[in-house]
Design a protein around this ligand. Sequence first.
Ligand SMILES: NC(=O)c1ccc[n+]([C@@H]2O[C@H](COP(=O)([O-])OP(=O)(O)OC[C@H]3O[C@@H](n4cnc5c(N)ncnc54)[C@H](OP(=O)(O)O)[C@@H]3O)[C@@H](O)[C@H]2O)c1
Length: 325
Amino acid sequence: MQHRTLGSQGLEVSAIGYGSMDLTMAYGPGDEQEGVAAIRRAHELGVTFFDTAELYGWGTGSNEILLGNAVKGFRDEVVLATKFGFERTEQGLGLNSRPDNIRKVTDNSLRYLGVDHIDVLYQHRVDPDVPIEDVAGTVKELIDAGKVKYFGLSEAGPQTIRKAHSVQPVSVLQTEYSLFERDVEQLFPVLDELGVGFVAYSPLGRGFITGAAKPAGEYDATDMRNFDPRWQSGNFEKNVDAVNKLADLAATKGITVSQLALAWLLTRGEHVVPIPGTRSPKRIEENAGAADVSLAEADLASIDAILPRGGFGARYAEGHVPTWI
Ligand SMILES: NC(=O)c1ccc[n+]([C@@H]2O[C@H](COP(=O)([O-])OP(=O)(O)OC[C@H]3O[C@@H](n4cnc5c(N)ncnc54)[C@H](OP(=O)(O)O)[C@@H]3O)[C@@H](O)[C@H]2O)c1
């Protein structure tokens, strides 16, 4: 597996990473043993970059515990990334990037993961009530204390990135990016200017750009895709049509549509690393294989002709699309 460097502080990771959110949330109930097997298979295939968050095991650390246990035998060979920044309130999920909460969540993450340092610590969402300089300053303290190596932001806008970077260099921005979701490309000039890397989350469009999408209502009741605009009637059919065309193109190259979608992301810049999620060790093989796919200019033109501006429908349900501040 080829490697890429994210940011200017020396963070080196495999070109295809792995997101572990799906093992405990978002897409219906999972099987813990299968999740552990998927992570270990990813490592065997050369994947060195593993993504988790406090949120994915809310209140119990279940996602970080699962990831920490899975990588126990090879922890020093991999880069572990986690995130802080939420809190539960009576109204539901709120934001909390106050320094005391960052310190508490980081200590919890270290314990849940069973490690003496976190490689990448992200702010999961920008908290408008806490100056980003205070957030960056707190992460800097944690880096100085040896608890954290690199600083990341998720779903942040240009002003936030600049201000944070002036206090503690930001190594990586993580935001949704895929053939279905291209808005983030407008942030790339700032990332280039500051030398910040980019991690593409939901790079398979939450599983839509794989050929495995089912209409809303056909997933487990706890699966968020039942409510995702791209799965709703009207958008769903158009998105299926686009994925079918992409799959036809992929077939001419002897690859799968998932591989085409991930390989396309790798062509978007040397600073881009996708982190697909899957519970299946078999699908990890398919996804990791995308690192060996090369797409010609003609392929990129065909892809652009099929999906010039992304998929149909917003990426989150109304009122939940993150605002870049
Ligand atoms: N920073 C943030 O706010 C944020 C938000 C969302 C996600 N993330 C991170 O990004 C990671 C990936 O995003 P994601 O899981 O939302 O979306 P994704 O990687 O685009 O898609 C995951 C879905 O695709 C399916 N899948 C994966 N590979 C497949 C293949 N080769 N063939 C068919 N189906 C396949 C998986 O199902 P199976 O398990 O059945 O294979 C799963 O349902 C997460 O795990 C998380 O770490 C971060």
